[in-house]
Design a binder for this molecule. Structure first.
Ligand code: WT7
Length: 662
């Protein structure tokens, strides 16, 4: 394992918690001083049972109280929380608020076409969730069965998740940008008998043939018995009467109440697939009680959500960010959550800011790639909108560079908001390193300090020895279990142990490099494994390589991340061709781009494709990706030790080829 590009930023200006949060018109922040944070953090580490008992009882409603807070360990990989407690997530997220205040808005749905916002009250949400639960029961599904959800960003996607949770069904949401073969792989792995989808999707006025993709996927999923189809655009789609069921027809027949099924805190809630170092995506498994508690209290403290707040997270429901901060976190707090179906530049680059203005959004959460792209398009789009409702603006998915942070702070926040740079992962379930708006002084580019209960360790990547004190750089690990951590990899517990717990015994290994600066602030340095982060989306190099190698023209492929100003990293693929390929380079490249899009989806499209005669290899034939990474980063002068190369003469040609395209 190597850690590259470890240059610590010189940018060390400190931004104290924004005084505007304390001006008396805004609600007083839940955590309102650094001392208060430190005290609570100390308790969470030193007296975890007392701390987590209080959090779990104050923030969630239990149908059967737990008597044991934690059991198991990171050494054994048998972690469990609130084991004998029972609860229902849909009750916590919906019924609680529908009973207390039925007219409160749960979702604001901002459709692709502007000017059509729809408001869903908690009463309506409860009724629709119940109807869908009853439909799922009528399909013969029972507690523990899995349901795949492949839907656009519409309220019905969230309704589907909550309807599963109401019955103790395990949902597996697949991002609707994934191809038919990626969808099929996930449906098969999860063993889902039912898929919930829509006729079509709409993004920036472009039609996505959602149902047609499902039809293609189902051809290789013999176990799928039912496809429930929500009518989004109303255009005609193929319909298999023996298998497909229209959402509106099925729900019309159902009663708008369904009793929530109490489940164990440790019963599975969902599987969510994410890329790892190898080609096959992992189904990260989260359970009920610990996950909901993590999503709830991070939403509360990191975004400082109070009654009446309108929270907007722009992530798709197909990612963990959408699970935790479009659906479960905000609803568990009884807040209003915005579901945004469109893209930031449709119909023009003021879409986000008009959204904030129109719905008086109080917290806005997006990705650095969107911030950088919008910054490039000029200030006028943001300057002309009234953003005075905002108090907290968040960033997630990859390190945010100080320039983008400052633009976000000054232009979007108008200097009156706290920026929260939140570091976490699909596996962690909720934020693990993040500032608290009323407490933590921010440094642009740093995710700042650990959240409650997260015991961060910086380890020497080679020896695994802990690097104590401040001013250290190594790999990021977590020393104690926390409630919302993944429990296993679906169907492959050994892979869970091997990936996360075995590399540094006694620790959870996150896969990122990190610096703890002189003041104990954390600066995430990016992945130390073969994972590429494109616009905050994780892709494994092996996954893209496997897609490329399916092409009949390709002999070998090596994929690396190259630095990109907007997307953070971009996919750069090196290819060698088989003998006798007669197609031109342009034809081959076109075919390869199409192959990757078909195999994985548009997010995996290589930005740079370089056809070479030979790849840098060791004498035993292993491709040395480190050299490729350096060359595409423009650091060919810092290749380090190249003595292991079997044929050093290929370097010159390689560098020339790269310089010609990058
Ligand atoms: C990886 C996790 C859960 C967030 C969405 C992505 C990178 C995430 C940050 C941040 C620096 C970040 C890490 C991490 N990452 N947030 N604030 N600063 N890096 O979830 O797909 O599971 O990816 O995203 O490399 O390991 P994911």
């Amino acid at each position: 394992m190597t850690i590259e590009n470890m240059n610590v930023s010189e940018e060390n200006t400190v931004y104290p918690p924004n005084p505007a949060l304390f001006n008396g018109t805004a609600p007083k922040p839940w955590i309102s001083s650094l001392e208060q944070y430190r005290e609570m953090y100390k308790e969470s580490i030193e007296q975890p049972d007392a701390f987590w008992t209080r959090m779990a009882l104050d923030n969630l409603s239990w149908s059967r109280p737990f008597t044991k807070v934690r059991q198991g360990s990171l050494d054994e990989g048998d972690v469990a929380w609130f084991v004998d407690g029972e609860l229902n997530i849909s009750y916590n997220c919906v019924d609680r608020w529908a009973e207390a205040d039925p007219e409160r808005v749960a979702f604001v749905y901002e459709a692709d076409e502007p000017g059509n916002a729809q408001k869903w009250t908690y009463r309506r949400l409860l009724q629709e969730v119940c109807r869908v639960s009853n439909v799922l029961t009528s399909f013969g599904l029972r507690k523990g069965d899995t349901v795949a959800i492949y839907m656009p960003m519409i309220p019905e996607a969230a309704v589907s998740m909550l309807a599963c949770a109401r019955l103790g069904l395990v949902h597996t949401v697949v991002f609707a940008g994934f191809s038919a073969s990626s969808l099929a792989e996930r449906v098969q792995d999860a063993g889902s008998r039912v898929i919930i989808t829509a006729d079509e999707g709409l993004r920036g006025s472009k039609i996505i043939k959602t149902k047609a993709i499902v039809d293609e996927a189902v051809q290789s999923c013999p176990k799928v018995e039912r496809v429930l189809v929500f009518r989004r655009t109303g255009n005609e789609v193929a319909f298999n009467k023996d298998r497909d069921v229209w959402w509106h027809e099925a729900t019309d027949k159902q009663r708008p109440y369904c009793p929530p099924v109490p489940v164990s805190a440790e019963d599975p809630l969902f599987l969510l697939y994410t890329s790892g170092s190898t080609g096959k995506p992992k189904g990260v498994l989260h359970t009920t009680g610990g996950y909901l508690l993590g999503a709830t209290i991070t939403a509360k403290y990191v975004f400082d959500i109070h009654a009446g707040d309108v929270f907007c997270c722009t992530a798709d429901i197909g990612w963990i960010t959408g699970h935790s901060y479009v659906v479960y976190g905000p609803l568990s707090l009884g807040a209003t959550s915005v579901i945004f179906e469109s893209v930031p530049t449709y119909p023009d680059p003021s879409r986000y800011w008009k959204l904030v203005e129109e719905h008086k959004i109080t917290q806005f959460y997006t990705a650095p790639t969107a911030i950088r792209a919008l910054r490039r398009l000029g200030d006028s789009w943001v300057d002309k909108c009234d953003l005075s409702s905002l108090r907290v603006i968040g960033s997630v998915g990859e390190p945010i560079n100080p320039e983008a942070w400052l633009w976000y702070y000054n232009k979007v926040g108008r200097g009156n908001c706290s920026v929260v740079d939140t570091y976490w992962q699909t596996e962690t379930g909720s934020h693990v390193i993040a500032p608290l708006p009323g407490a933590t002084p921010a440094k642009p580019g740093s995710a700042t300090l650990p959240f409650f209960g997260i015991d961060v360790a910086v380890l020497d990547p080679l020896t695994g020895k802990e690097l104590e004190g401040n001013g250290v750089t190594g790999v990021l690990a977590i020393r104690k279990p926390w409630p919302s951590m993944l429990r296993t990899v679906g169907g492959d517990h050994k892979r869970f142990l091997d990936t996360y717990l075995k590399p540094y015994p006694g620790h959870y290994f996150a896969g990122d490099g990190v610096t703890r600066d002189e003041e104990g602030y954390y600066w995430i340095r990016g992945r130390v494994d073969d994972v590429i982060n494109v616009s905050g989306h994780r892709l494994s190099t092996a996954e893209v390589e496997s897609a490329l190698i399916l092409s009949p023209s390709v002999a070998e492929s090596a994929v690396v991340g190259s630095p990109d100003e907007v997307t953070g990293q971009a996919i750069c693929a090196f290819i060698t061709l088989k003998d006798g390929v007669s197609a031109t380079e342009e034809e081959v490249k076109k075919e390869l781009v199409a192959a990757v899009r078909k195999q994985i989806g548009p997010i995996a499209t290589p930005k740079i494709l370089i056809i070479v005669d030979d790849l840098p290899k060791t004498r035993s034939g292993k491709i040395i990706r480190r050299i490729l990474r350096k060359v595409v980063a423009g650091e060919a002068d810092q290749l380090g030790d190249v003595s292991t190369l079997s044929d050093p003469s290929i370097l010159k040609v390689l560098i020339e080829k790269v310089n010609a395209v990058v």
